[in-house]
Design a protein. Structure first.
Length: 90
């Protein structure tokens, strides 16, 4: 199985690949961290597409998968006690 996840490469490996023109595209996934019921983990919206991206990159040439971004918007969770918010303050 060929290595495609950015986090699995060393700096030396990446430098050699870029110097040889070995990478020309990457896949990035986004998925919110949210509840899917009390019995399920919070991460399927990220780790399911991350696995699909990994499998796709295995089949593609010169493609790597960069770390996913675990953010999204789910306004229906605003009423929960464990929500977090980002704000800019001056």
């Amino acid at each position: 199985m060929k290595k495609v996840l950015l986090n699995e490469f060393s700096t030396a490996e990446l430098e050699a690949m870029f110097a040889a023109g070995g990478i020309d595209s990457d896949i990035t996934v986004f998925g919110s961290c949210e509840s899917h019921g009390g019995h399920l983990p919070l991460g399927p919206n990220l780790f399911v597409p991350a696995e699909v991206a990994r499998l796709a990159a295995q089949r593609l040439e010169r493609t790597i998968v960069v770390p996913g971004v675990p953010f999204g918007t789910s306004m229906h969770y605003n009423a929960t006690r464990w929500r977090s918010r980002c704000a800019s303050r001056r």
